[in-house]
Design a protein around this ligand. Structure first.
Ligand SMILES: Cc1cc2nc3c(=O)[nH]c(=O)nc-3n(C[C@H](O)[C@H](O)[C@H](O)COP(=O)(O)O)c2cc1C
Length: 381
């Protein structure tokens, strides 16, 4: 389990404000992000407001086309902060895009002076889940979710958010999702830039991981045995390129998605509202859902290549991809439509976050986070 800070008990005791502020910032920084790139910075103004700022430099890869994934990750930061504030009974307001959608200030969270009542039971289970939530890449068991668990997952999303949850539970449905996702993943393993990006974020030793505090460690990726050997051998692109001549991109894509066949359900979050506002909201709801799975004792792994390639294609055009990639992705999107006919036929709703959920074995290691002090921008900046 990750180290969780001592949760400050009361807000009104003297000196507690700084302690709570630090706790709220740490809770935000505990959010998940693609390859653990942590694309966020914070600014505290007059001790009254926390700005959550998108750090565009943290991920300039094609994966993060148009800052989509980083915006979702910042949504998770905001939700963690909100849950921590509510957990401490601290009144606050959240304004998203206070300086407009083009600004990198994604939210301004203004702290109130007084305590407020809230639904303690519901919030507290999510508050402690902030420190236990993690990605589990290992195979889960396929036991069906109970009706009570499903209700909690659907109820975790705020109805006004416009974010919807779809769950595929039948083996045949999960198989369709697997086929779609593994087809899209082929592009990930066949592209030099995406290969380089992944490898730039793998921390091969504990010392590297501790020094940098971003990226993935082999235990957190669940890589061991053949998987670990493969990652080490294909560390450089020329080796991966040669192996791709023998179809390595296909076998790796299929391996990477195998978990979709080993889970209780495959889920998809969809968004109605386009643009950055929709993505930020999707990130907030993703985090509520993820924390709820943690509170229920369930595991989750995102599988986002399919949804992010699809989103980029529809927002930026097919020209973002080479003709070979277009052929693969057309096939992947056709399979995606078969897996989720409700949303992919519906132009006003787009899938944004594919994942699997279930009960898995304990993970072998966790990702790290930067210290809050490394994330702070000066108020005047
Ligand atoms: C928007 C988003 C997309 C992600 N996509 C994937 C994915 O496709 N596959 C995967 O294994 N993990 C994915 N992750 C999980 C991150 O790699 C993980 O959150 C990060 O490494 C931090 O580790 P933790 O979740 O264990 O705290 C995604 C996370 C986010 C926030």
């Amino acid at each position: 389990m990750r180290e969780s800070p001592e949760i400050p008990a009361t807000y009104e005791s003297s000196g507690a404000r700084d302690e709570i502020l630090n706790y709220v910032l740490r809770s935000g920084a505990q959010a998940p992000s693609f390859y653990n790139c942590q694309p966020w910075l914070f600014r505290v103004t007059d001790e009254q407001a926390i700005d959550v700022i998108l750090d565009k430099q943290a991920d300039s890869s094609f994966y993060n086309w148009n800052d989509n994934l980083s915006t979702m990750a910042c949504g998770a930061v905001i939700e963690n902060m909100r849950i921590a504030l509510e957990g401490r009974g601290l009144a606050h307001t959240i304004e998203t895009f206070p300086e407009g959608e083009d600004s990198s200030v994604l939210a301004r969270i203004t702290l109130g002076q007084s305590t407020q009542m809230h639904e303690i039971g519901a919030i507290h289970s999510l508050e402690s889940a902030i420190w236990r939530r993690h990605t589990n890449t290992l195979d889960f068991n396929s036991d069906p979710l109970t009706d009570a668990q499903k209700k909690r997952l659907f109820d975790s999303l705020e109805s006004a958010s416009g974010i919807k949850l779809y769950l595929l539970e039948k083996e045949s449905e999960k198989h369709k999702a697997f086929l779609a996702a593994s087809c899209a993943e082929q592009v990930r393993f066949a592209r030099k830039d995406l290969h380089r990006h992944l490898h730039s974020l793998i921390r091969w030793t504990e010392v590297d991981a501790e020094t940098d505090k971003t990226g993935l460690t082999l235990p957190s990726m669940g890589a061991c045995g053949i998987g670990e050997t493969f990652f080490r051998i294909t560390r450089t692109w020329p080796v991966m390129k040669v192996m791709n001549l023998f179809g390595a991109y296909k076998s790796q894509a299929s391996r990477a998605c195998m978990g979709l066949l080993h889970c209780s359900a495959v889920g998809l979050l969809s968004v109605k509202q386009g643009g950055k506002t929709g993505l930020l909201e999707a990130g907030r709801q993703m985090q509520r859902l993820w924390l709820t799975t943690t509170a229920l004792g369930l595991d989750l792994q995102p599988h986002t290549s399919l949804t992010l390639f699809n989103w980029a294609w529809h927002s930026g055009g097919a020209g973002l991809y080479t003709p070979w990639e277009q052929r693969i992705l057309r096939k992947a999107f056709q399979l995606y439509c078969e897996a989720f006919p409700e949303i992919t036929d519906n132009a006003s709703e787009s899938g944004i976050f594919l994942f699997r959920v279930g009960q898995g074995p304990a993970v072998r290691g966790y990702t790290l986070r930067k210290d809050v002090s490394q994330l702070m921008l000066k108020a005047s900046v």
